[in-house]
Write a protein that binds this ligand. Sequence first.
Ligand code: ADE
Length: 247
Amino acid sequence: MRIDVVSIFPEYLQPLTLSLIGKARQDGLLSLDVHDLRDFTTDRHRTVDDTPYGGGAGMVMKPEPWAQALESVLDAAEPAEGARRPLLIVPSPAGARFTQAMAYELAEEDHLVFACGRYEGIDERVLDWSREHFDVRPVSLGDYVLNGGEVAVMAMVEAIGRLVPGVVGNAESLVEESHSDGLLEYPVYTKPSAWRGHEVPEVLLSGNHGKIARWRRHQQFERTAARRPDLLEDFDAGSLPGADREA
Ligand code: ADE
């Protein structure tokens, strides 16, 4: 998978050189290039923003540096035969909510381009123009406002990148994690079995795998009901692994 990020703060994306995503980049499973939007300005002050038409607080990102930056990303891309159109993701609190299901969907793409807005956002015509070259999706990390798209991109790249085959060594660990089946993950414990007066639940020491699996499933429901009851409204028991098996 190829990923390009355009930002006025390229250093913000530095943590994506670390850990699993950094290793995946080194191993050639992911290519990730970060571009400085100011490199695509033409004036002495490297201006990327201007006042909003219609008035109002704050500044709006000018369209031309964005078009230049995105054209440069497209020119460098050299898509493989039959590759899909690149997908332009515009992080914004006004976007569709990012979810694990979306992360799975985006992990199938050949080329993701992230456009990190700052200030009051990017001139809307950049999105309109981009639709000639990209599929375009404004995406929100959640119902709160960040100072710009960079932190959202870090979260999305981590969530998507770890689903690219080979990035997480043990693919099994992707199966039983929170949100993979619509429920939160069950609690986990390690040695010692007694610690500062707190015991590991006895069932986990029993060696009875059927009983442990049932206990874990029960914990998932309890936890989800207590912490995220909204998830249970959309929960489809028929989608659970093994739901097609006879009881
Ligand atoms: N930019 C500012 N706030 C954001 C959010 N909640 N999600 C994605 N990008 C953002």
